[in-house]
Design a protein around this ligand. Structure first.
Ligand code: GDP
Ligand code: MG
Length: 659
């Protein structure tokens, strides 16, 4: 048995063909032309299926139509599967009415059922089947629904006979009956002969010529035109009878968009949501977890050093373990509760679809500064870690927007920068630490906007791309997915504490414990680290108002990993003092010079300067050259230095004036 698959272009023929045949398919070209020809066997049967070229009618106006017509007339398929795009019934049914004039059996596969549903359109399939006198099966080739149903109808030959509906005016129908040509596909051929189709010119006779004249006189136009018009009228009528467009209830997404994407409210709501996230995770959760975890780590340190002493461990090893490793790694582990909350809330925003929709909304705004709405995704991802954030820039097609977004993504405070924010704000801004954290987040947005404007003016000049992305609807978060996401991110943070931070802590301990002459146990001020820091302290003087080797080396270590800034400070502060509780950092004489103002400007520098080596590497890969990467790093660091210096200087001046 031979079956032909016929339908408009893009109606889903190839998709259905692949589903019906599975792997049993051959692809070649139609004889003599380069149009693709696919032949296969329908699963579970011996039926041969052929994917005919996409056509809109059986008139011989295009090569595709000619091929299809020839195939039907010469190869005589036993069955035609007419695939219809249910979302454009009118266009599709034109071909259907022609197919139904053939003698072939026709079964209709009403495709795209999935979209129809979503669009709130309802097609009365039974009615359609009755009016057309054909079997109609609803399918979705893409979602693979209804396919088995279709196959079983074909196998069991449960297909209505083609009874040639009378769809034209009585005047025309009478003529068709009158001049009937007695061949295969009689009705089709007769109509084509009346239309003076060249392929059937051999059937032209006097009687037909006479009738053509009559039609022309009666309707005052070509037979072909009359036939086409009446076909459309029939389809129009049919469509009205089977199509019920439900008064589409406003979907939840539309309702929510009314609020979340409201012209005036969208940005304030976004700002409040982001602020709440920081206040919740850094402020609320932080205020009662940091001290708790800190105390546990402190207890653990005491217990461990007690055990080590009991085992007669040498003093330097105890110092390495307690002052180096426990202090350094412990300082980072403190922040896990806050990070979990932060990751959780951001993940929820992502999976509910809010992020995608707000980034679509922001597209217009972003475009004004030379970015696209798609830039928001790297920024949001970057709030976890810049490395995947930078990689997420790949979704931005426009080269300049992509590069700009790569340059800007590290400005977003990543999770490793959070410890810096928390340590400083919890000590210096105890009451408002959440607000301070949120303020830094918004500052980063301002820095991004300013940088983008600078870039747009100087570095990149070009057209922006169009935002094309199908927006996901709002949906309730999938708990399993969210938990998995939070776990993955938290775990990778813990892994960093156990690897890169561990190694750095050991190195810092070493450089603090030894002098340049490699004497152990020297005064901290004579240590290697202090030496390095002293030679570079001038860089940070304008930012913190103090020549501090300790702050200098800590900030520089941010290049390795941003958490290391805090780890290093904890180790340095804890040196010679008791334990590595973060609150002790500023109790130590080494860091006693910090004021709320210099704390804020120092935080700013650490947040906005060059990111860690991991992110710098990612920038090099994604920007494609060392030169571009250096450009980005110097831009970031330069900007961070200028901004934090400005904040410190202006702040100092204001305090002189007002206090
Ligand atoms: P052809 O030109 O008739 O061969 O059509 P294709 O099989 O290439 O399909 C055209 C497009 O429509 C493709 O992007 C398909 O993924 C899509 N498509 C096909 N069937 C369905 C369906 O049932 N639902 C939806 N949503 N899309 C479909
Ligand atoms: Mg195709």
């Amino acid at each position: 048995m031979k079956i032909a698959l016929v339908g408009n272009q893009n109606s889903g023929k190839t998709t259905l063909f692949n589903l019906l045949t599975g792997l049993n398919q051959k692809i070649g070209n139609w004889p003599g032309v380069t149009i693709e020809r696919k032949i296969g066997r329908i699963r579970k049967t011996n039926y041969e299926l052929i994917d005919l070229p996409g056509i809109y009618s059986l008139s011989p106006y295009t090569l595709e139509e000619e091929i299809s017509r020839k195939y039907i007339f010469e190869e005589k398929p036993d069955l035609i599967i007419n695939i219809i795009d249910a979302t454009s019934l009118e266009r599709s049914l034109y071909l259907t009415t022609q197919l139904l004039e053939l003698d072939s059996k026709v079964i209709i596969a009403l495709n795209m059922a999935d979209i129809v549903e979503r669009k709130g359109i309802c097609i009365d399939i039974n009615k359609l089947s009755k009016l057309l006198n054909t079997t109609v099966i609803e399918i979705s080739a893409l979602k693979n629904t209804g396919i088995e149903h279709l196959i079983s109808h074909i196998r069991r030959n449960e297909i209505l006979e083609n009874i040639h509906n009378k769809i034209y005016s009585p005047f025309i129908e009478e003529i068709i009956e009158d001049v009937k040509i007695d061949v295969d596909h009689s009705r089709f051929v007769t109509i084509k002969a009346l239309e003076e189709d060249e392929m059937f010119s051999k059937y032209q006779n006097e009687k037909i010529q006479q009738k053509i004249k009559e039609v022309k006189e009666h309707y005052n136009s070509d037979v072909e035109e009359v036939i086409a018009n009446q076909r459309y009228n029939y389809i129009e009528d049919l469509k009205e009878k089977v199509l019920v467009t439900k008064a589409v209830k406003k979907s939840t997404t539309d309702k929510l968009d009314k609020i979340f994407l409201n012209k005036w409210l969208a940005i304030p709501i976004f700002a409040v949501i982001m602020a709440m996230i920081y206040i919740l995770s850094v402020g609320v959760v932080g205020s009662f977890t940091v001290d708790f975890v800190d105390a546990r780590i402190g207890q653990f340190g005491e217990w461990l050093s007690g055990r080590l002493e009991a085992l007669n461990t040498s003093a330097w090893l105890i110092s390495l373990i307690i002052d180096g490793i426990v202090a350094g790694v412990g300082a980072i582990l403190n922040f896990i509760p806050q990070l979990i909350i932060l990751f959780l809330l951001i993940s929820i925003l992502e999976v509910t679809g809010y992020m995608a929709r707000i980034s679509f909304f922001l597209d217009k705004l972003f475009r004004k500064i030379g970015l696209s709405g798609k830039s928001l995704i790297p920024f949001i991802v970057g709030s976890g870690c810049s490395v995947p954030g930078i990689m997420a820039c790949r979704t931005i097609e426009n080269e300049e927007e992509r590069k700009m977004t790569i340059f800007l993504t590290p400005f977003i405070p990543c999770s490793a920068k959070l410890p810096i924010i928390i340590v400083f704000s919890s000590f210096f801004f105890e009451k408002n630490q959440g607000l301070i954290a949120a303020s830094l987040y918004f500052l980063s947005i301002i820095v991004i906007i300013i940088s983008a404007l600078i870039f747009k003016k100087i570095l990149f000049k070009g057209k922006t791309s169009v935002y094309i992305s199908e927006l996901p609807e709002y949906k309730l978060p999938d708990v399993k997915y969210v938990l998995r996401d939070v776990f993955d991110k938290t775990w990778s943070f813990i892994k960093r504490a156990g690897s890169i931070i561990l190694i750095c802590s050991i190195i810092v301990w070493f450089m603090l414990s030894f002098s340049w002459k490699l004497e152990y146990g020297v005064d901290v001020e004579k240590s290697i680290l202090a030496g390095i820091g002293n030679s570079l302290a001038w860089i940070f003087y304008p930012i913190i108002g103090e020549y501090s080797w300790a702050a200098t080396v800590s900030a520089i270590q941010g290049l390795v990993a941003k958490e290391q800034v805090v780890s290093s400070m904890a180790i340095i502060a804890g040196f010679g003092e008791d334990l590595a509780e973060t609150s002790l950092i500023f109790g130590s004489s080494i860091f006693a010079f910090f004021t709320p103002l210099s704390a804020y400007s120092f935080m700013m520098f650490n947040l906005f300067s060059a990111p860690c080596f991991g992110a710098i590497g990612a920038m090099r890969r994604e920007l494609g050259s060392v030169k571009q990467m250096l450009k980005a790093v110097s831009f970031q660091t330069g900007l961070a230095w200028v901004f934090s210096t400005l904040v410190f200087t202006i702040g100092t001046l204001m305090m002189r004036i007002f206090l």
